[in-house]
Design a protein. Structure first.
Length: 235
């Protein structure tokens, strides 16, 4: 029978697994430290770049503010203000000339309800230099006027109607009527001319036909053709 005795003062322990775990922990800590250092450097670089961009933007804003102040000072000169007023006047004339009243009445006729009546129209421009119409309309009740507002809102030529005032009054037959004053944008779309259209006898439609002196001279009226004065007298 063999009996083993351990006479050492410190018993033997296998520490190799502990050393392995400690080494793995040290490696993991080193990797994490490297990642944190790299992340810190990246954040510092991004912060430095953002700071430089903000400084550049601030400088550009200061330059733009200086240019704006110089431009405002230049626009406040009397000769420049005179040119601006003259230009605004010419633009208003061009806008008025470019608007066809006949086409405007045709566009209104398409959206005007049967029981509504337009009593006045004024043409103007708003602050955004957009053509605008001031319209006064009347009806025997509010239903046709509400329909008119809906038609203006959904129309492609008109838009953004805004009621300025509303009033009630009586006509000569003591019938109560409703009237509203409104403003609406107006975008006139003129029909494009037909390039294939030709004048009589093969002449170009864009060129006005020449009239002979005989055509320009007045023709005498026949006895069976009453004059305008005679027609008005017969009415």
């Amino acid at each position: 029978m063999n009996v083993r005795f351990n006479l050492a003062s410190h018993p033997y322990e296998n520490l190799r697994p502990r050393y392995a775990l400690a080494g793995m922990a040290l490696v993991l800590i080193a990797v994490l430290a490297a990642l944190l250092v790299g992340r810190e450097r990246q954040q510092r670089a991004e912060t430095r770049s953002i700071t430089q961009q903000m400084a550049r933007f601030d400088q550009e804003m200061r330059d733009l503010a200086r240019e704006q102040s110089e431009l405002d000072e230049w626009l406040r000169r009397p000769e420049v203000q005179e040119i601006r007023d003259h230009s605004a006047f010419l633009n208003s004339l061009i806008l008025r000339k470019s608007l066809s009243w006949t086409r405007m009445f045709l566009d209104l006729e398409e959206i005007l309800p049967d029981r509504a009546q337009v009593t006045s129209i004024q043409r103007r421009t708003n602050r955004a230099r957009q053509p605008e119409l001031a319209i006064s309309a009347t009806a025997d009740n509010m239903e046709p006027l509400v329909e008119l507002l809906k038609n203006l809102e959904s129309s492609s030529q008109f838009g953004s109607p805004a009621v300025q005032s509303q009033r009630f009054f009586s006509d000569k037959d003591s019938k109560t009527l409703v009237a509203i004053d409104l403003q609406t944008l107006y975008r006139q779309v003129l029909p494009e001319p037909d390039p294939d259209s030709t004048a009589p006898d093969g002449e170009d439609a864009s060129e006005p036909a020449e009239l002979s002196p005989e055509a320009l001279s007045p023709k005498p009226l026949s006895d069976d053709e009453p004059s305008l004065a005679r027609r008005e007298g017969g009415l």
